[in-house]
Design a protein around this ligand. Sequence first.
Ligand code: SF4
Ligand code: SF4
Length: 361
Amino acid sequence: MSLLAELVKKVAIEEGFSLSGIAPAAPLRELDYFPVWIKAGFHGEMDYLAKTNDAGELRRAALANVAPWARSVVVCAANYNSATPYSTQCRAPDRGWISRYAFIESDYHDLLLARLRHVESRMVEHIVAEGHPSPRTWCYVDTGPVVERVLAQHSGIGWTGKNACILNQQLGSWLFLGVILSAHALPPDLPAADRCGSCTRCLDACPTQALVAPRQLNATRCISYLTIEQRGPVPEELREKMGRHLFGCDICQDVCPWNRRAPASPDPAFSPRTELVNPLLEWISGMNIEEFRRTFRKSPVKRAKLDGLLRNAAIAMGNSGDRRHLPRLRELAQHENPAVAEHARWAISRLETPPIADSER
Ligand code: SF4
Ligand code: SF4
């Protein structure tokens, strides 16, 4: 490993990242599927994923389409896991689920971007000190026109599991990723080997069959997409399958054997906010705008907006089988947002209609 690569990795750890590696800025065969994925419409309403460059090429289909000057990509990963139960262990009908990455203390975008910028500036300082020109660099945490997990795989951080998440042998899949694109070439690491083997637990456990094949996610069926990105009504045939998910979904990670012994992060920035772990549906469904802003000011949950969260809470209450939610649902059925009101009416009818016994089918 070159001295520079060694330094970059050392600084990444000093800045609080758990892992780092270097991917080549070369054509990566895993990205060949990206145009097919977009053409199939699996990105749903996430139009930013289908953006093209001036030549009409999909920006995310190749690094060269967006940063032809890049020679290397430094990938950093931070473990955000906490010693809290998995969604698959939380069965109380009066509680919902907020995804593991969203119930932590910090807004990880801002936090990790600041850390990544420190790594970037130390790297540039060192390159210049070695007598090279100051290279062009770009830093991204989630917001860049790149497919981070493919770069993470080629940096050796982990392999892409059949659940389409990056998995590391020691840390599991609870990883935030950040990337630094660099015009200065660094020696690349070896890609991580695939260790899914014959396992299909994630594919089998997905309630909406959103994983249409190993590593192929139809986002429009994914509960994460439906609870966060989908505006307006959720397709009725998917509502029952969404369970009590309020924001995001962790099922295909919760069932993964590589996450069984995933260690909790020692980083206090990723400590869980206990009130958001498996939160009470009564509390979430009764929020007004002030409480929503106060509670989720530093949380990714604000992306769903209050009306989106209330809509999700209505679905969750409808799926709870718990008729104690009926008074709140009747209030929500009068909500000024037609989507919230319609989902509440759907939930009321679901709770009021007794399930058909198998013998009567
Ligand atoms: S996040 Fe949930 S809905 Fe989406 S693929 Fe995984 S298990 Fe399925
Ligand atoms: S559950 Fe099994 S198949 Fe899915 S990502 Fe984990 S190891 Fe791979």
